[in-house]
Design a protein around this ligand. Sequence first.
Ligand SMILES: Cc1cc2nc3c(=O)[nH]c(=O)nc-3n(C[C@H](O)[C@H](O)[C@H](O)COP(=O)(O)OP(=O)(O)OC[C@H]3O[C@@H](n4cnc5c(N)ncnc54)[C@H](O)[C@@H]3O)c2cc1C
Length: 145
Amino acid sequence: MTQPEHQTATSVLVIGTGGAGLRAAVELAERGVDVLVVGKRPKSDAHTALAAGGINAALATMDPADTWQQHAADTIKESYLLANPDIVRIVAEQAPRGIADLERWGMPFARETDGRISQRFFGAHTYRRTSFAGDYTGLEIQRTR
Ligand SMILES: Cc1cc2nc3c(=O)[nH]c(=O)nc-3n(C[C@H](O)[C@H](O)[C@H](O)COP(=O)(O)OP(=O)(O)OC[C@H]3O[C@@H](n4cnc5c(N)ncnc54)[C@H](O)[C@@H]3O)c2cc1C
């Protein structure tokens, strides 16, 4: 059956409604850019929704010695030196900002009794640096707005 044609206009079209697409769209919207995000599947049907373990960022809330440099070193080591060091540096250095943004938008991170964001060990970490929301971190990322 032919669907009725619908036309719309936007300055930026983001294709894909997983975490990457949504994060790009939020950045554009916060800068006042008109943006439209489209996906071919329901929003919850993305790899992002399946991510259960959590998000790595050297917040040092649990282990004060942690740093983004150690996060980068662990990542490069675990990649068997295949990861692009420039990308690893950007991701490790900016990860705390990503957590702060999610926190600002209302992400229900697990917390210690004193309010600190909890962090736990995840693969290849020297220190506890995975922030999480139960076992549904990815789903919560997509629900956070
Ligand atoms: C089971 C599982 C567990 C994981 N656990 C973790 C974890 O604990 N921590 C962690 O950091 N990472 C984890 N990951 C990895 C993480 O989920 C992905 O790296 C991340 O979600 C990728 O985000 P994305 O936005 O690039 O892709 P996706 O979340 O897959 O989003 C891509 C979107 O694009 C849409 N799309 C694709 N093609 C088109 C098209 N042609 N037109 C329109 N839309 C399109 C898709 O439908 C989808 O909605 C896990 C992955 C899986 C599968």
